[in-house]
Design a binder for this molecule. Structure first.
Ligand code: GLU
Length: 383
């Protein structure tokens, strides 16, 4: 009954563990969840009010597929001002961030094309490539390199079939941040080998220790071959809104827009008014949330020292820690064991690729009390 292309794809490991934790809670278990990457903050009030106002004003009809022009303008301005990306509003398409990844890959990857990406990497990249008929080519992002996606390792994997380099900085699941040199090296490879780049920058504002985020599309000559993707979910605590964007060079934009027209038509109309308020309104709520994430990261790193066999360098962005552990259990067994014995839910590292085996992903987008109690439960069980 199921198409071959779907059989090639595995279930989302992050969504699976989130759902399992939900089931256990419904059964009355007091689960502490470090599964899904979802800020525990409410969407800031002024954003909610702007969407409500749009509803009250009847902004509930069809829009053009790429989205609301004032929002496209605001995104283009921010991409230029904050990231140095030389783009115009006509390069910007509004769509849920995950949909942006899916549409981009469907629009650019041919049957048999290779897409080089980090391993471990977020659970959705490889399935999108597989659905398009392409092949994901993993490059190990190792603990020793702070899980960075290093140009010299990428270079070794380039073949005549390579179509695209795909990466995510700050990264999910490791919280790795690419340096300016890494970005420059990746850009040189793309130009030398005539490759496309998909740069998922959805965690661009969640970056710590005073570090700076670098967009590869800002490197000379890269706007023509890069699709930059970002969104509102993580930065503005808007996960349920399904609101994000992509910035693509014109010919690619046209192809992606066709897929948007034939799939979701456009992103939700009144949610786009909320998103506009997010970008044009006060940014203090973002600063507050990022500060809190940094404190939580520090707390996780401090408490993790007491957990037998866990080890990890301090991540520099996003809201994930990806510790290695020792022992016989594979990462899925370990995650299920901790769910059962410690009543703590987290995601097994192998969900993010082979190199993620013997690791666990802890999403610390939850309150400090949960972090303290959850890590203490893990410590006790593993001791
Ligand atoms: N990106 C988040 C995560 O990795 C949300 C869940 C998902 O879409 O995979 O947890």
């Amino acid at each position: 009954m199921i198409a071959e292309r779907v059989k090639r794809v595995q279930e989302s490991g992050t969504m699976k563990m989130k759902e399992l934790a939900g089931q256990k809670k419904a059964e009355g278990k007091k689960i502490i969840s470090f599964t899904v990457g979802e800020p525990d903050f409410d969407t800031p009030k002024h954003i909610v009010e702007a969407a409500k106002k749009a509803l009250d004003e009847g902004k509930t009809r069809y829009l053009d597929a790429p989205g609301l022009m004032p929002l496209r303008e605001a995104i283009a301005k921010r991409a230029k001002d904050d990231n140095g990306i030389p783009c115009e509003p006509s390069n910007v398409l509004i769509t849920p961030t995950k949909q942006a990844i899916f549409e981009t890959i469907m629009a650019t990857v041919n049957e048999g094309d290779e897409v080089i990406m980090p391993d471990p990497a977020w659970v959705t990249y490889e399935p999108c490539v597989q659905l398009a008929g392409g092949k994901a080519v993993p490059v190990t992002a190792s603990d020793e390199d702070q899980f960075r996606f290093l140009p010299e390792k990428v270079a070794e994997k380039i073949t005549p079939k390579t179509r695209m380099i795909l990466f995510n900085s700050p990264s999910n699941p490791c919280g790795a941040v690419e340096t300016k040199e890494d970005i420059k090296g990746l850009a040189d490879l793309a130009k030398d080998h005539n490759l496309l780049v998909l740069s998922d920058e959805v965690y661009e504002k969640i970056i710590f220790d005073g570090l700076k985020h670098y967009s590869i599309a800002a490197e000379p000559g890269m706007m023509d071959r890069t699709i930059t993707i970002s969104g509102f979910s993580k930065t503005y605590a808007m996960t349920g809104w399904r609101m994000g964007w992509l910035i693509a060079p014109k010919p690619i934009f046209k192809g992606i827009n066709k897929i948007q027209q034939h799939s979701i038509t456009h992103a939700v109309s009144f949610a786009q008014y909320g998103a506009l308020a997010a970008l044009t309104g006060p940014q203090e709520p973002v600063q507050m949330m990022v500060k809190e994430f940094e404190e939580r990261r520090n707390l996780v790193m401090k408490l993790m020292k007491d957990i037998p066999s866990f080890s990890c360098d301090t991540p520099k962005g996003a809201f994930y820690v990806f510790p290695k552990y020792e022992g016989k259990m594979n990462s899925e067994e370990m995650a299920l064991y901790l769910m059962d014995k410690a009543e703590v839910a987290l995601t097994g590292g192998a969900s993010f690729g082979k190199a993620g085996e013997k690791h666990l992903r802890i999403s610390y987008a939850t309150g400090k009390k949960n972090i303290e109690d959850g890590l203490e439960r893990i410590r006790k069980v593993l001791e």
